[in-house]
Design a protein around this ligand. Structure first.
Ligand code: HEM
Length: 204
């Protein structure tokens, strides 16, 4: 069935100026672009919030609310990632830009899958820290996520360490991933970054 929002023709074609909801063979659609940047901003934001809140003391006014906000946004991020993965599965993945070699394609694919995998592991470890005492996670007071496993010895400490190291690995990997995207833009001068920003340039 043809989708009136989609186009894959040359940039001069009026068809090509329409906003594509879904991905096409050579572009990301707006949903994939929106979800990518939403997840990227939230992951970095949660990392900063998480690192900051672990230094708070009992008498600080954010001592209880900062972890509550961190957990609530973490659960919403989990839901967003499930939606993002589902959207990726039901959509075509745009081909890599011409000129990108096989090894580079394979490394990029591996990094993307690793990021998804590590993000899920990060959220599971966060859930295990928060529910180690058997209490549910209250998401902004509107959704309650029940505890499941809570009787493992030292669960909070072990899950806490795993959570912290996973966060460090993800931020490092995402930084390398961002540097690779900038290299494509400024050195290789291809469309890898602009199509993930949803913008069209003379390179299209
Ligand atoms: C925590 C931050 C980030 C995470 C978790 C993340 C994750 C991902 C993932 C999983 C993909 C694969 C998309 C797909 O399913 O096809 C992707 C693609 C991409 N990301 Fe990120 N990203 C992050 C930050 C950034 C930043 C800061 C930039 C740019 C400076 C960037 C640029 C790109 C580009 C250009 C692509 C498309 C790559 C291609 O078409 O092969 N990302 N990102």
């Amino acid at each position: 069935m043809s989708n009136t929002f989609e186009s894959a023709g040359p940039v001069s074609s009026p068809e090509n100026h329409r906003v594509a909801i879904r991905n096409t063979a050579n572009r990301y659609g707006v949903v994939a672009v929106f979800l990518h940047w939403l997840v990227a901003i939230v992951v970095v934001g949660l990392f900063i919030l998480g690192a900051w809140m672990t230094d708070l003391t009992y008498y600080d006014e954010w001592y209880r609310s900062a972890p509550d906000i961190h957990k609530s946004i973490g659960i919403l991020l989990f839901i967003t990632l499930v939606i993002r993965m589902s959207w990726r599965i039901v959509n075509v993945r745009p081909d890599h830009e011409p000129g990108i070699g096989t090894l580079q394609r394979q490394v990029a694919e591996a990094v993307h899958w690793l990021l998804y995998l590590l993000l899920f592991a990060l959220m599971i470890s966060g859930y295990l820290i928060s529910t180690a005492d058997g209490k549910p996670i209250e998401v902004f007071g509107v959704l309650s996520v029940p505890a499941t496993i809570s009787d493992i010895p030292n669960m909070e400490d072990v899950a806490g360490k795993v959570h912290w190291y996973l966060a460090l690995v993800i931020i490092s990997l995402a930084s390398l991933h961002a540097i690779a995207a900038l290299k494509h833009h400024f050195f290789d001068r291809d469309r890898t970054l602009t199509r993930m920003l949803g913008i069209r340039t003379h390179r299209d």
